[in-house]
Design a protein around this ligand. Sequence first.
Ligand code: ADP
Length: 433
Amino acid sequence: MDPCTSKCQTPRTAGPTGKACIGVAKAPSADTATDAAALEQQQLHDRLQKIRFKILVMSGKGGVGKSTVAVNLAVALALAGRRVGLLDVDIHGPSIPTMLRLEDAGVQVTDGVVQPVDAAGMKVMSIGFLLQHRNDAVIWRGPMKMGVIKQFLKDVEWGELDYLIIDSPPGTGDEPLSVCQLIEDADGAVIVTTPQDVATADVRRSISFCRQLSLPVLGVIENMSGFACPKCGEVTDIFKTGGGERLATEMRVPFLGRIPIDPAVGAACDAGTPFMYHHNSTVTAKAFGCVVAPILALAECDEAAAPEQAPQADHPSKEKSMRIVIPVANGRLTMHFGHCEAFAVIDVDPQTKAVLKQEILTAPEHQPGLLPRWLAERGAQVVIAGGMGQRAQGLFAESGIKVVVGAPAEAPEALVRTYLDGTLKTGDNVCSH
Ligand code: ADP
């Protein structure tokens, strides 16, 4: 094994091979630990603040096409004119360099700042760029993984981005946990599965993982669902399909759609030429387009609700404050989200966790599907609810609003405090209409 992958303790610049190693930083001495940690936290915050949407791509197990989806989702967003970063934190099996034909790419480190690699109109970073040999194995324990992921987020010159797509390794281990801990305002996870029940059982765990960490599930994608004939494009269900959709319905998360098995997808991955970049009019490309649409809508809805376009809305500045909305009755959270009479609107400073402003808004007359748009127009960024239907959750996700369900019937300010501390205890989605 290359020493770079196992022993490197301090950042170093690109070596003679052009490869660089981002190491796990040495622990600071006890008297400077607090200052150093605060500085690091500030640097991380400053870096992440320039990225509008941070989205994890997860799967319950390997081989279901998670990296394929991550690459093509990122490419589709870039093709739609968005500024996109793609971060591969699949530390033990980075496949993004192969999928983008970047196996020989090295990264440059200047004054501790790492330059991402430009490819297919995106900024890309992968642990694969740091390995001197493609087949090197990375043997790292949890804290080391956390350290390198932190550096990927903090020290890489991502610049201003609309989306950072993070390809996470399969399962619910250290890497997705680190990402969720480091990116406190992650916008959600896309979960990739295949139609077979054996794969979907693992996906249940991924959804539970997201719920435990209050990370919204933006939706489930059923990959390898049917076979797209390379000659006529007709999709044939050669195996059982629909597992992903059933699971999404059962777990009350949005279903983003199906992508068929298409030999051109596999060939594009192997050749390092992203499928969406080169095949944009096939049945499979259209299927990718459908699953990407709600993710693209996050930015579109955000822009549509921007202050200059919606002058009537009193929006908080996304950098300085966060607007949390809670359905209330008699001064406490009410379980009946869709039919509640009022909302507590609380603006907080996510850094200091101070409450900046509170008000009660009377809910509009009930109309199916109205609330997500109505709350987006009023600058809501997070909704804390007792229960909410799957369709409403999907609409909120499309509006870029994070939804936390299963919250208890407590006073809104207490809920906000526990939410910001990460100690909010959520249970079942008690009312799904
Ligand atoms: P994971 O990240 O879940 O381990 P990958 O994205 O690496 O999975 O995909 C595994 C293999 O399946 C790759 O060879 C990839 O080209 C292939 N693949 C993924 N999705 C499709 C698809 N829809 N059609 C054909 N091949 C696919």
